[in-house]
Write a protein that binds this ligand. Sequence first.
Ligand SMILES: C[S@@+](CC[C@H](N)C(=O)[O-])C[C@H]1O[C@@H](n2cnc3c(N)ncnc32)[C@H](O)[C@@H]1O
Length: 168
Amino acid sequence: MDVACGAAPVACAVADALPSAEVWGLDIDPAAVALSRANARRNRLGNAHFKVSDLLAGLPRRLRGEVGAFTMHPPYVARREVRALPREIRGFEPRHTLTDGSPDGLGLVRDLVEEAPGWLRGGGVLLFEVAPYLSRPVQALMRRADLEVTVQADPGGITRVVVGRLRG
Ligand SMILES: C[S@@+](CC[C@H](N)C(=O)[O-])C[C@H]1O[C@@H](n2cnc3c(N)ncnc32)[C@H](O)[C@@H]1O
């Protein structure tokens, strides 16, 4: 389940790597969902499905308690920091792809940490790709939700992905 999938680089990679998995990509932006569908079609990924959805609002109910993994690369720039971004980002990326408008940039992360456990099966995981300076705050949110926390570094040794596992 790739939340805020954009053009679906993550959802398509997972669908390709795990052909027997049912993969979903969700995004609030209809243009992103249209691009995701086109990318999945182009790569012949019949197991990838996409839906316009504000966070998990559009998820089919039958998947409650069945999801093995959530991934999310959220718009994590703090509201006041958007104007400090380089022009080549600020001037071209739609604002909702950069920030969720919260003071610390973690509004959607907080919402997903709260909502995802109800959809995960026991032992299922929640993975966030964030900037290294947000790794610790995201870990703290996950621990507060009683998730078992680990981190994954990128090839340069920099923490990029925070993983929370539902116990059980
Ligand atoms: C940083 S981009 C990540 C896109 C993609 N996952 C990637 O790694 O290339 C953030 C995405 O979050 C989406 N988004 C913003 N608010 C959202 C919300 N409330 N629910 C779902 N998606 C949202 C944006 O439309 C955008 O596609």
